[in-house]
Design a protein around this ligand. Structure first.
Ligand SMILES: C[S@@+](CC[C@H](N)C(=O)[O-])C[C@H]1O[C@@H](n2cnc3c(N)ncnc32)[C@H](O)[C@@H]1O
Length: 268
């Protein structure tokens, strides 16, 4: 007989899987609660929660991103050139790896738009902090970043010393309530769709709550599996995500399969 789902039990079952044990607990509790509310059967809720976690996190991780960061730091300390070490380490995260061939034009475009910000917030960062050597920043800059992967966010501050930037991190669910730190530049790379798949309207809510002068948002042109084009019209996706937030699209560019948008506050 079907057993009605208990959110705490769904959480325990999902968190017991090695690949999800390192995720932010609040994030996994939210997914477990949403899955429990959706199904009448515990097994169906667990299955759904695992699918959502795969879609949100597991699908992008081609290795351990935390280990990749630690290996990158060790490689730099052993004399490997900084950019070579960073580029090599990016392959543990599919989204970041897809950008590895276009790092120069990608971050040159951001510099053209945003100059040299002193405070950057990288939301749902994955391994994109490994691109710090390509990102123009002011002196004594602070790079704040967050993701739901706790092992990754624990490893990232170690990049600060070899890269000469203050790197601050937080394990954090961007759909949970709470303010983000103010920043001159917010990076929201390939994350609008990830959040919208978790909760419709989440990207718009996030943007509405930001305290940032400029936001660079990007959308992948194709899904990872290439089965479905989920950003058939990136312009329309961004229009929906910015509607009523105070941000408008100031410019856009295309970088090898990634649609890049500069968002600025309409009232500044
Ligand atoms: C498509 S990847 C983008 C990674 C990175 N921004 C980049 O472009 O290289 C999406 C990232 O969002 C993170 N993520 C998924 N859901 C999240 C949430 N609710 N809050 C914070 N991060 C989340 C995943 O762990 C993953 O690293």
């Amino acid at each position: 007989m079907a057993r009605p789902p208990d959110p705490a039990a769904v959480f325990r079952q999902v968190a017991a899987a090695a690949k999800y044990a390192g995720l932010d607990e609040g994030f996994v509790h939210r997914i477990a609660a949403e899955a429990s509310a959706r199904f009448r059967d515990q097994n169906a809720a667990v299955k759904y929660a695992k699918r959502k976690l795969h879609q949100a996190v597991g699908a992008f991780e081609t290795g351990s991103p935390g280990n990749a960061v630690r290996a990158c730091i060790a490689a730099i300390e052993s004399g490997v050139p900084v950019r070579d070490a960073c580029r090599a380490a990016m392959c543990a995260h599919a989204s970041t790896a897809e950008r590895a061939a276009v790092l120069d034009p990608f971050y040159r475009q951001i510099e053209t738009w945003c100059g040299r910000p002193s405070t950057v917030a990288d939301l749902a960062c994955g391994l994109s902090p490994l691109a710090i050597p390509w990102l123009a920043m002011g002196p004594d800059a602070t790079y704040w970043c967050c993701d739901v992967d706790r092992d990754l966010t624990a490893a990232l501050p170690g990049l600060g010393e070899p890269l000469g930037v203050i790197v601050q991190t937080e394990a954090r669910d961007l759909i949970a309530p709470g303010r983000l730190p103010p920043a001159e530049l917010v990076l929201l790379l390939k994350t609008v769709t990830t959040l919208e798949l978790q909760r419709s309207g989440a990207a718009r809510e996030l943007l509405a709550g930001l305290d940032a002068t400029q936001v660079v948002a990007s959308l992948p042109r194709n899904s990872l599996s290439a089965r479905r084009r989920y950003a058939d019209d990136p312009v329309e996706t961004i229009r929906k995500a910015t509607a009523g937030t105070g941000y408008v699209v100031a410019d856009q560019a295309d970088l090898d399969g990634e649609a890049l948008f500069l968002l600025e506050r309409a009232d500044r």
